[in-house]
Structures are given as C-alpha cells and as structure tokens.
Ligand binder design. Structure first.
Ligand SMILES: [Zn+2]
Ligand SMILES: [Zn+2]
Length: 141
C-alpha cells in the first residue's frame, strides 16, 4: 500500500478525521466519491464522539502512511457511513455521517457506539429538519 493524501476535517477539539482521498490530487478521480460528493455530510469524531457537520469547514490535505479503506482496501482504518434520521415523520433524507473506525469494526458495534456515545447539537437532515439528541431512550428516564 502506498502513502496517500487524504482530506481531513477537525472537530471543535481539534481531532482530525479523514473524509476522503484528497481533492487536491487531480489524479484521484475515484467515481465512488463523485456520486455523493454534493450531499451534506457530518462526521462522528473517533475521539470525543461528537457529531458535527463538515459543510463549510476548512479541509486539510495530509499525507497518511496507509490511506483509508475502502479506497485502500488493506488500510487499518475504514470510512463507515452511518445515517441519522430527523424527527419529521415521513422524511426520507437521513443525514449521512462519516465515522472512521478500525477496518474490522462491525455494523453492530458501530450502531451501538452511535446509540450509546455519540452527541451532537444543531444537526439537520438534508431537508433541513432538526435532528434531536438524544434520539434513543433506554427506559431510564
Ligand atoms: Zn473530537
Ligand atoms: Zn428530515
């Protein structure tokens, strides 16, 4: 696997998350990104578990040793996509959230992490409906 330039954004605390292969590298015209590039996207920080919108945030291109899966299939970290639904009944446009986790993370583990540790404020779905937090109740109030 070759070093790869990735686009990173940072949460409020400054923790970096790779979003995708760098857009500053013109040879990286991966069609898997092209189709979804315009969608609003949020990021779930691996360290503080804060979910924040990446729209309008400055992007840094950083050279990484291993790249990131699925773009680099052998990379130790993988870009997962998780969806958050808004409170609007019948809305079919959940917010896409990128979570970069170890490549062997299971969907179940990620769902559990989402339910138990993620926090956010003022997130909106692509149709501009607020997404409330917390969304899940475990019966304890
Ligand atoms: Zn963070
Ligand atoms: Zn909505």
């Amino acid at each position: 696997m070759a070093p790869r330039l990735l686009d990173f954004v940072r949460c409020k605390c400054g923790h970096p998350t790779p979003l995708r292969p760098s857009t500053l590298a013109p040879e990286e015209t991966d069609p898997r990104w092209k189709e979804t590039d315009d969608e609003p996207v949020a990021v779930a920080c691996i360290q503080c578990k804060r979910v924040y919108s990446a729209a309008g945030l400055p992007v840094e291109s950083i050279l990484t040793e291993y790249g990131v899966s699925p773009y680099d299939p052998e990379a130790p970290m993988r870009v997962f996509r998780v969806f958050l639904e808004c409170d609007e009944i019948g809305c079919n446009s959940p917010l896409r959230v990128i979570a970069v986790r170890k490549s062997d993370t299971t969907v179940e583990a990620l769902e559990k992490e989402k339910r138990t540790t993620w926090t956010w404020r003022e997130l909106k779905c692509p149709s501009d409906h607020p997404i409330s937090w917390p969304q899940w109740h475990d019966g304890e109030g």
